[in-house]
Design a protein around this ligand. Structure first.
Ligand code: SAM
Length: 274
């Protein structure tokens, strides 16, 4: 996977690739990146890349010309008159709070591309004509407003590169949050006792079947308590096997009874008290 990141602050992207696990993946040839400084494509001697919006309003906008030239230098031709893009190897993404929401499914979808061109906005965003002329996809990393697109681009890079073959051990991916429609179970490592909290006995038992079942129960309990929307969507999409579906029904029943009795287990720590 090749990431081409267009930014006014490419040093942020360089730092991320230098310091994270990505560095290892880059050295192994799994990922490659290029950080393009949009300012290098500005006309004037001040290398200006922003201007006031037509029609008035607060703040400045990133201008179309330097950004368009930076995209073309990165190998992205403009779309044709019918809005079709062609002649390039990857998808052009503008990071914006007005985009479609970035989820694990969206990460899987983007990870199938050979290359991603990521446009990082600043100020109040970018001129709409850049979106109309070059952009294939607009993505938001969440329902909040960041001051810059770089942190959003790093989220997209981090979530997609690890889905590429051989970047991360397949077992870790299979069991993590969202992969099977549920959040991950709680995890523990040494020491066995931490203050008054002890690792649940079942994890020390060496009984693989009991451990598997306990983990599944915790996944269901957690997801029901924190993200019931995931359970609903997983049910609708037929993501869960029979054992998980039965467990969900049982836990839902228990939760209802607990609510009626005025108690809830959602916030109780899972580690056992000694
Ligand atoms: N005026 C814009 C709006 O209300 O939609 C917000 C601009 S924001 C201050 C500056 C840049 O940060 C955006 O151009 C975008 O690239 C990035 N950004 C901010 N929030 C984001 C989000 N939730 N997802 C992706 N990118 C975001």
């Amino acid at each position: 996977m090749k990431y081409i990141v267009l930014s006014l602050f490419p040093e942020i992207i360089h730092a991320f690739f230098r310091c994270s696990v990505l560095n290892k993946a880059a050295r192994r040839g799994i990922v490659d990146y290029e950080a393009v400084n949009i300012r290098d494509f500005a006309f004037d001697r001040h290398r200006t890349c922003d201007d006031a919006p037509y029609g008035g309003g607060a703040g400045m906008l990133m201008t179309a010309e330097p950004l368009g030239r930076a995209l073309e230098a990165a190998g992205v031709p403009p779309k044709d008159a019918a809005g079709r893009s062609g002649g390039k190897s990857g998808r052009v993404v503008y990071l914006t709070p007005a985009g479609r929401l970035f989820t694990q499914a969206a990460a899987r979808d983007l990870a199938r591309e050979a290359a991603l061109v990521l446009i990082c906005g600043r100020y109040e965003g970018i001129d709409q004509r850049i979106i109309d002329r070059y952009v294939d996809d607009e993505i938001s990393v969440g329902d909040y407003v960041l001051s810059s697109g770089e942190s959003a681009a790093l989220v997209v890079i981090d979530a997609t590169y690890r889905l590429k073959d051989a970047a991360i051990a397949p077992d870790s991916l299979a069991e993590e949050s969202f992969s099977g429609g549920l959040l991950e179970y709680p995890q523990y490592t040494r020491p066995e006792r931490y203050g008054i909290l002890k690792v649940p006995d079942v994890l020390l038992s060496g009984h693989h079947e009991n451990i598997r079942r306990w983990r599944l129960e915790k996944q269901v309990e957690r997801t029901l308590a924190r993200r019931p929307d995931l359970i609903r969507r997983g049910m609708e999409a037929g993501l869960f096997d029979t054992e998980t579906r039965v467990l969900i029904k049982e836990k839902e029943k228990t939760e209802k009874i607990e609510k009626l009795e005025g108690q809830s287990s959602a916030r109780v720590p899972i580690g056992e008290y000694t």
